[in-house]
Design a protein around this ligand. Structure first.
Ligand SMILES: O=C(O)C1=C[C@@H](OP(=O)(O)O)[C@@H](O)[C@H](O)C1
Ligand SMILES: C=C(OP(=O)(O)O)C(=O)O
Length: 671
């Protein structure tokens, strides 16, 4: 997951390969709650791991359920209609699928058993309506109080003064959020133990119907057969009891699929993109996004648990669609509309106003930012593609879907934008709500022209602090990091292990070409050994400096270094990154510091690691290495003519990082 302040998605061209989707949020949280209310164990496979499911898991644990995680599976031992914990303060983030159903379940449980619960979330959750659900629960005797604004969380739930009643005439509004009805359907089986059935009538037109359909299907998996009369009346039979199916597999998220279906509908490449985890047999209503994408021109094949999507007609055909049945994936259509010939209109989206943000306002503002003409009403949005695309820094309003759907704007070349533009996604961490690795998944299947993948090089002499600077800059930009010195040191380590003479150029080059080197979050691996520490040894550093003078060694190690040039971008540090390896780098920094400063830094570094050192000999060694690096015949270490010279002798690390980032920013269209 990218936790940077922003993520620049370079202009993307094509998609190919296979993407495997994370589990459905809506299924995950329903199944978790049902498993929590059951007796005994339920093993859930393929559960979504994200902010929304994490708050549900934490809540279940706080309420006395046993939660055991092993790999992709989670085992829940439920409370079986009892209430072992009678008091809890539950933080539910911004998860509607946790807040609404838990409110109903705890209100009914507390009415039967007593208890005191507080339910709250992030600031936006306290602006998302829940009044209609609370009214319905109060009407049957539940005790729920608003802690702040009436109609909104935080809520306090307590014992019902006079028990539950009027179960046969429950009314709930259906036109604000279907989650109110879903919450009642999931919780009210708990109220039927005394022999009364529960009858719910929906006031107003029910929106997001497929989500209620999913609730009914999952209730059935847990032994509850709800009778229904259209989408207006629902009856939960008397003495309904949750019965665990014991094991259950969560399908991939159909709303998450929409970003990849969308990408494949517009991207070049001719290859289909395979999407696994969700297919045409899905129980999720948002799978109907496939119909909308086909109507716009995409070619979609599919079966049980898979889809294959390729570009059909481009420009896409504009669409005019009532989106009440697919509120979430409809946001992806709003961005696909940028690739259509003419104006698209999405209607029936009033519920967008009360979701993670006011999504109608947010989408209009951000679509306009990149050049579209947009008109909105209370429940619709009309989008006309840009006459001229603009590079935009997209505000995401802590809304995962804004972040994910605007990533598709990076395919602007496919809409004819010239030049093609990158898109900046502000606060990309918000995708953690439902798809923490969304951008990693996108970069795993998308391809960009090499020239469009940005590179920032930081070259400089030994101990100038370029490694520290490069890794800090890479972390701030969310880019890959190439420590090319480590590549040379790994070759030196391999040579010293294999006993190859430091002057035997052909043997060294041969060894370098076969280097089995991997940089990972778990360290630097040479063959089967983690060698991070060994690479820092002074002796290996000196040997690296010697063998790197051989042209054939440098050539052999070039491919390893070039392979780091991947989406979304690269920060490369070394001696010849800007001059030889990445001459097209957008920003080349040449970092220096006085020899005295560098010797001092190296000295402190060694002492802090418990290695004894002599500052004068360190300095002499540094100067000898500088002379060798500057005078070698191949790739001598010197600034590229267009390099930014930065002397950091008197700068803190933070100051150097800020200076480099400012220079970088000035080279982006977001400056
Ligand atoms: O029940 C559900 O799982 C959901 C229902 C929909 O909300 P509304 O019913 O509020 O439209 C949807 O937007 C949300 O992401 C998940
Ligand atoms: C509306 C959404 O979430 P929630 O479940 O919090 O309502 C969503 O995921 O788009």
């Amino acid at each position: 997951m990218y936790t940077t302040r922003f993520l620049d998605v370079p202009p993307l061209d094509s998609v190919a390969g296979t993407v495997r989707l994370p589990g459905s949020k809506s299924i995950s949280n329903r199944v978790l709650l049902l498993a929590g209310l059951c007796e005994g164990e339920t093993v859930i496979d393929g559960l979504l791991a994200s902010d929304d499911t994490e708050v549900m898991l934490q809540a279940l644990a706080a309420l006395g359920c046993t939660v055991e995680r092993s790999g992709e599976a989670v085992c829940i031992r439920g409370i079986g209609g009892e209430l072992p914990v009678r008091e809890a303060d539950l933080f539910l983030g911004n998860a509607g699928t946790a807040m609404r159903p838990l409110t109903a379940a705890l209100a009914v449980l507390a009415a039967v058993h007593g208890g005191a619960f507080r339910l709250h979330g992030v600031a936006r959750m306290h602006e998302r309506p829940i009044g209609d659900l609370v009214d319905a629960l109060r009407a049957i005797g539940c005790r729920i109080d608003y802690e702040a604004a009436p109609g909104y969380p935080p809520l306090r739930i307590g014992a019902a003064p006079s028990g539950l009643h009027a179960l046969d005439a429950i009314r709930v509004r259906g036109d604000v959020s279907s989650q109110f009805l879903t919450a009642l359907l999931l919780a009210l089986p708990l109220a039927t133990a005394g022999g009364s059935s529960a009858r719910i009538s929906v006031d107003g037109e029910l929106i997001s119907k497929p989500y209620v359909g999913m609730t009914l299907q999952l209730l059935e998996r847990f032994g509850i057969a709800v009778e229904r009369d259209g989408w207006q009346r629902f009856t939960i039979p008397a003495n309904s009891q949750y019965r665990s199916p014991r094991t259950l597999r969560v399908e991939g998220d159909a709303s998450s699929a929409s970003y990849f279906i969308g990408a494949a509908a517009i991207a070049a490449g001719g290859q289909p993109l395979r999407i696994e985890g969700v297919g045409l047999d899905s129980m999720q209503g948002d799978i109907r996004f496939v119909d909308a994408a086909r109507a716009m021109g995409a070619q979609v094949d599919g079966g049980a648990g898979w889809l294959e999507v390729r570009r059909g007609t481009l420009p896409l055909r504009p669409i005019d669609l009532d989106c009440k049945h697919l509120p979430d994936a409809a946001m992806t259509l709003a961005v696909l509309a940028l690739f259509a010939e003419g104006t698209s209109r999405l209607t029936g989206i009033a519920s967008w106003r009360v979701k993670e943000t006011d999504r109608i306002a947010a989408m209009a503002t951000e679509l306009r930012r990149i050049g579209a003409a947009v008109e909105t009403t209370d429940d619709s949005i009309a989008i006309t593609p840009p006459a001229e695309w603009r590079a935009g820094a997209i505000k995401t309003y802590d809304d995962h879907r804004v972040a994910m759907c605007f990533a598709l704007a990076a395919f602007s070349r496919c809409a004819g934008a010239a030049p093609a533009l990158p898109v900046r996604i502000l606060d990309p961490r918000c995708v953690g709500k439902t798809f923490p690795d969304f951008f990693e998944a996108l970069f795993g299947v998308a391809a960009a022209r090499p020239d469009d993948i940005p590179v920032l090089t930081i070259d400089g002499p030994t101990a100038s602090g370029k490694g520290t600077l490069a890794s800090a800059v890479a972390a701030r930009l969310g880019y890959h990091l190439l420590d090319s010195g480590a590549v040379y040191r790994a070759a030196a380590l391999a040579a010293s292990r294999a006993g190859v003479d430091r002057d035997d150029e052909p043997a060294l080059a041969d060894l370098a070409a076969r280097l089995d080197l991997r940089f990972g979050a778990d360290g630097v691996w040479l063959g089967g050994d983690e060698v991070g520490e060994s690479l820092r040894l002074e002796a290996i550093g000196s040997l690296a400096s010697r063998i790197s003078a051989w042209p054939r060694v440098r050539r052999a190690l070039l491919d390893i270094q070039l392979a780091f040039h991947r989406l979304p971008g690269l920060v490369a540090d070394g001696r010849d990154m800007g001059t030889v390896v990445f001459p097209v780098a957008r920003l080349k920094v040449f970092l220096t510091a006085s020899a005295a400063q560098r010797a001092e830094r190296r000295y402190r570094q060694l002492i802090s690691r418990g290695i004894s050192a002599n500052i004068d000999s360190l300095r002499a060694d540094l100067e000898a290495r500088d002379a060798r690096d500057q005078s070698r015949s191949v790739s001598p270490s010197r600034p590229a003519p267009d390099a930014l010279l930065l002397d950091n002798s008197a700068l803190s690390i933070e100051d150097s990082v800020e200076q480099v980032l400012a220079a970088w920013q000035a080279r982006t269209p977001f400056g």
